[in-house]
Design a protein around this ligand. Sequence first.
Ligand SMILES: *[C@@H]1O[C@H](CO)[C@@H](O)[C@H](O)[C@H]1NC(C)=O
Ligand SMILES: *[C@@H]1O[C@H](CO)[C@@H](O)[C@H](O)[C@H]1NC(C)=O
Ligand SMILES: *[C@@H]1O[C@H](CO)[C@@H](O)[C@H](O)[C@H]1NC(C)=O
Ligand SMILES: *[C@@H]1O[C@H](CO)[C@@H](O)[C@H](O)[C@H]1NC(C)=O
Ligand SMILES: *[C@@H]1O[C@H](CO)[C@@H](O)[C@H](O)[C@H]1NC(C)=O
Ligand SMILES: *[C@@H]1O[C@H](CO)[C@@H](O)[C@H](O)[C@H]1NC(C)=O
Ligand SMILES: *[C@@H]1O[C@H](CO)[C@@H](O)[C@H](O)[C@H]1NC(C)=O
Ligand SMILES: *[C@@H]1O[C@H](CO)[C@@H](O)[C@H](O)[C@H]1NC(C)=O
Ligand SMILES: *[C@@H]1O[C@H](CO)[C@@H](O)[C@H](O)[C@H]1NC(C)=O
Ligand SMILES: *[C@@H]1O[C@H](CO)[C@@H](O)[C@H](O)[C@H]1NC(C)=O
Length: 443
Amino acid sequence: MRISNTLTQATCLLLSLGLTTEARSVSPVAKGYSRSEKCKPHAPFRPLPPSQARTKTCHVATYGDGRDDSKHILSAIEKCNNGGKVVFDADKFYTIGTALDLTFLKHVDLDIQGYVQFTNDTDYWQANAFKQVYQNATTFFELGGEDVNVYGGGTLDGNGQVWYDLYAEDALILRPVLVGVIGLNGGTIGPLNLRYSPQWYHFVANSTDIVFDGIDISGYSKDSVTAKNTDGWDVYRSSNIVIQNSVINNGDDCVSFKPNTTDIIVQNLHCNGSHGISVGSLGQYEGEVDIVENVLVYNISMFNASDGARIKVWPGVSSELSTDLQGGGGSGIVKNITYDTMYIDNVDYAIEVTQCYGQSNLTLCNEYPSSLTISDVYFNNIHGTTSGKYDPDVGTIVCSSPSVCSNIHATNIDVTNPDGLYADEFVCTNVNTTLLDVNCISS
Ligand SMILES: *[C@@H]1O[C@H](CO)[C@@H](O)[C@H](O)[C@H]1NC(C)=O
Ligand SMILES: *[C@@H]1O[C@H](CO)[C@@H](O)[C@H](O)[C@H]1NC(C)=O
Ligand SMILES: *[C@@H]1O[C@H](CO)[C@@H](O)[C@H](O)[C@H]1NC(C)=O
Ligand SMILES: *[C@@H]1O[C@H](CO)[C@@H](O)[C@H](O)[C@H]1NC(C)=O
Ligand SMILES: *[C@@H]1O[C@H](CO)[C@@H](O)[C@H](O)[C@H]1NC(C)=O
Ligand SMILES: *[C@@H]1O[C@H](CO)[C@@H](O)[C@H](O)[C@H]1NC(C)=O
Ligand SMILES: *[C@@H]1O[C@H](CO)[C@@H](O)[C@H](O)[C@H]1NC(C)=O
Ligand SMILES: *[C@@H]1O[C@H](CO)[C@@H](O)[C@H](O)[C@H]1NC(C)=O
Ligand SMILES: *[C@@H]1O[C@H](CO)[C@@H](O)[C@H](O)[C@H]1NC(C)=O
Ligand SMILES: *[C@@H]1O[C@H](CO)[C@@H](O)[C@H](O)[C@H]1NC(C)=O
């Protein structure tokens, strides 16, 4: 497997670090390197711990015929943990049919050059995938520990079709997330291809100091049902994370900042078919305090999406978005969020701020305003064309009361309707419109 052409920038970075597939096959030992230097143009909020040198190599054996290779994987990792590199060989096929607890990793690389597929045994995975509690998420495996790199340009395939079909029959089934990064401190993930996740592609929880670089995400349903909730990244209870140089073809949030996500850089992404780069949803669980603070989203191309830049907050009253997603009544703080440089094409709303997430009855929503505060938000340099779905509106910035939103700015926004028949309007409610350099129609 080779990394895709669209990831040339990531390739250049890796070339300069001597980490391409070619270089690796010459030298079995990956040198230590600086993770922070990979992060461009914006540096992480805090320096990332460097990756230490690896001094041994273990190759993962495979049946190659669909039988479960989990014991091969565990035995190679046990041999090469603490200073080694575990290689999934190019052009080999690996099957995972067992939920793998990989939270014991330390100073180890997973060099995934081959093709790794999870089994389609939905009964097994529903019973055994790791329960992450938040939004009933489960994961095929848990990758955690300290100083872990996963790269190689190979593929992880979630065998999603069987899950898309099952979910269409029963929305309460538990579909595993393809990549569970749970309790990882210090790591580099990518280049990698991720395909056909049953639901989200990444759940990053209880983790710090990680750079995702050169991830290629894609996976559509091959029949008439839709692959739902295929978020690119959901970040939760995590800090100092960089997500960059990646291509995401999916059907839900491209990247989503869930409760207690701080100090995040997202840069140089190409998103297609998504629900935008989203803060939230937040305020879902009554009695909980959700914090999303210090986020910089830079240089995003957003195609065929419902939103570009988005902040979604549940109202103060219990609400239902869908059979498997209800909430409302939580509180929290959204602060210091910057969206800088976004190109949109065929996107319903360039910017959407809502505190009525999941509640279609606006009268009811307004009776129970959210107490979650939103402040110091900067939408800068957003240009392109909407889908026309909400003509003449191209964006909506609506807070539940004037007291919860402050210092929300929109500057250099050049977004137009596709047909040019209408003025390009924004709905602005309970916000200081003098800070919004857009054509607000109500306030
Ligand atoms: C599940 O995978 C097995 C082995 O690859 C295959 O024989 C079977 O048809 C698949 N089942 C479904 C429902 O896709
Ligand atoms: C994260 O850590 C907390 C506190 O130790 C723990 O309760 C929780 O289960 C962990 N995992 C997730 C996904 O929140
Ligand atoms: C899990 O799903 C059930 C059924 O939709 C829902 O009632 C419950 O609130 C969910 N739990 C969480 C933590 O979201
Ligand atoms: C998020 O952080 C706040 C403030 O520290 C804390 O009260 C809350 O319990 C945390 N929530 C989660 C889900 O960890
Ligand atoms: C923006 O990101 C794209 C990849 O989506 C990349 O090709 C381009 O060089 C980046 N531009 C800047 C100014 O970093
Ligand atoms: C982009 O998304 C649309 C659906 O919104 C899909 O039809 C199209 O195939 C996607 N493009 C790529 C390159 O995957
Ligand atoms: C707010 O975020 C910016 C990045 O957009 C960062 O440079 C700045 O330090 C943050 N402010 C605080 C007070 O942390
Ligand atoms: C957007 O979707 C259209 C049709 O669904 C598709 O032709 C186009 O390639 C998509 N854009 C991208 C960048 O994939
Ligand atoms: C919306 O909420 C209001 C206020 O609670 C209520 O009077 C009205 O009947 C609701 N409308 C619908 C369509 O449920
Ligand atoms: C709105 O912002 C302007 C410019 O900063 C400021 O002068 C004004 O006091 C603000 N209005 C309110 C109601 O906060």
